[in-house]
Design a protein around this ligand. Sequence first.
Ligand code: FA5
Length: 337
Amino acid sequence: IHDDGLAAIKNATDIKSIRENIRVKLLGKKGPITQALRGIKDLAVQDRPKVGSYANKVRDDLQAALDAKIADLENKKLNQQLAAEKIDVTLPGTPVAKGHPHVIQSIIDEITDLFLGMGYEVLSGPEVEEDKYNFEMMNLPKNHPARDMQDTFYITDEILMRTQTSPMQARTLEKHDFTKGPLKMISPGVVYRRDTDDPTHSHQFHQVEGMVVSETITMSDLKGTLELLTHELFGNKFNVRLRPSYFPFTEPSVEADITCFNCMGKGCSVCKGSGWIEVLGAGMVHPNVLRNAGVDPDKYTGFAFGLGPDRLAMLKYGVSDIRDFYLDDVRFLSQFN
Ligand code: FA5
């Protein structure tokens, strides 16, 4: 029993069968050892201790072998399980498609960085704006004919979708404390116009407003700033040209053209043969705009500009249709990653 039992335990491969078969068979109530121990009382008195202690030894040996085998099998099972569940953290992961800023946002970020570096504040204003800030304080009273230059989405008589970022000039002038120094701000944002969409016009587009007001600002400060801006954005191969223009809120007013990216100034269909492309409006802040915001026009002067980053992005990347920026076609947008 002893040797056969140990051999059966040694060869066993399955914990359940050890517990249910081998253990029950060898050490159970009906097993040979229990029987032998029970039969001791029938033996001669002098034989009882010898048989008894031998039967106990066999039982203890088998029990110890069973316990060791079960521990060994459990250990093996655990190791197998650990090996099967092992994770190789060095395997490459499943790639996740990463987003990136929209190309127009990237241009706005570039412009913002440049002006932050020159000590300008960066402000944002409401897209749903009061007529007062969008037009009236900007020297465009009700029924002023120049309101027609910017076809407007009205919400009520007094509330509209802003047609330009210029209302931020009025909002900032109204608040600025000139005893603390000059006003220098840019304000990027979205504007809306009832324009018919075409390759260079969208009914929703972006502008970046800029304004500097102090006691000493002249037109040459404006030209220098605009030249710096275009050279930073486009490099030195492009030239800037200021052309007389009209805006009700600046006097004198200019529009800035830069060398046409398509023909480099020679004249082509993109620039309608002129060699130049218009990118922004600007000028010296009109005395009425200063006065309307409570700033003394005899003491302070300033320049302001409003540029269209959508058009700048078209120039920079040679995009021929502004509508492509708003179609959310990832194949188009991912080119600018
Ligand atoms: C204005 O909106 C003035 N507020 C600019 C200004 C600011 C002048 C400060 C003086 C002082 P304008 O309507 O020209 O001006 O628009 C400015 C720029 O916005 C244009 O040069 C052009 O780049 C862009 N823009 C105008 N309309 C559209 C449109 N429908 N789609 C895309 N870009 C446009």
